[in-house]
Ligand binder design. Structure first.
Ligand code: CA
Length: 232
């Protein structure tokens, strides 16, 4: 909420400032397939769940900085961050993408991903994420082998994902959580119109801040992101 009680669409102090960042820095650099997928997602009923384009730009930077080749994505939705990852990692790179809903991805994201010729980098698993991660962990070779993970799913299981991802990631690897500030409502959960989601974010943010296995940076880009680097 802003001081006048209006629900904010962005975290920054004005929508104009958000637009400024989008128009100046994000949209001019957004690859054409990503623009197409963003525009195809806007009209979808759950468009609010999509990764914000400014947050996507930060993800692209982080992927390059850790030289990511092997990544995990939990929560695909239409596939904006998945396509972004596929376009950013090298030709031999691989993404394990997990979502309980294959249909939204296949209808909206996949045709654009195919057109961009990056489908071969993606292994889509239609499943709840906890059993899918447990299955990955059963193979010894997967442990400590991933460079990067992006979590943008149901939020209620974030800690279950975290424990498993820290085993799958290399030391130095990153896990990034999306929607950590829930439109700013983490400071006023009683006023949130998504109260459960807000409470889960508050709990998860606190747990991450207390986790000695990671270095963190909590950034107010998009809807808030927690960047965590495995240090031990
Ligand atoms: Ca999200």
């Amino acid at each position: 909420m802003d001081p006048t009680g209006k629900r904010m669409k962005q975290l920054l102090q004005s929508d104009e400032l958000t637009e400024y960042i989008f128009e100046t820095s994000v949209y001019p650099r957004e690859p054409a397939p990503l623009k197409e997928l963003r525009e195809a997602t806007v009209s979808h009923t759950r468009a609010v769940f999509a990764t914000a384009p400014d947050a996507g730009q930060l993800l692209g930077m982080l992927l390059k900085l850790v030289d990511a080749k092997k990544t995990i994505e939990i929560g695909v939705y239409t596939g904006y961050s998945l396509l972004l990852t596929a376009l950013t990692i090298p030709e031999e790179g691989k993404i394990v993408a997990i979502d309980i809903d294959r249909e939204t991805y296949e209808q909206i994201g996949l045709p654009i991903i195919k057109k961009a010729s990056v489908e071969h980098k993606i292994d889509f698993i239609e499943s709840q994420a906890v059993p899918a991660l447990d299955k990955l962990l059963e193979n010894q070779e997967n442990q400590g082998s991933f460079d990067f993970a992006y979590v943008d799913a149901d939020k209620a299981n974030d800690w279950n994902y975290h424990e498993r991802l820290l085993k799958l990631l290399k030391v130095g690897g990153l896990v990034v959580y999306d929607n950590t500030l829930v439109l700013g409502s983490v400071v006023c959960p009683e006023e949130s119109n998504q109260r459960r989601r807000t409470e889960l974010a508050i709990e998860h943010n606190k747990a991450l801040a207390a986790d000695p296995r990671i270095q963190i940076s909590h950034v107010s880009v998009g809807d808030g992101m927690m960047i965590c680097r495995r240090i031990i």
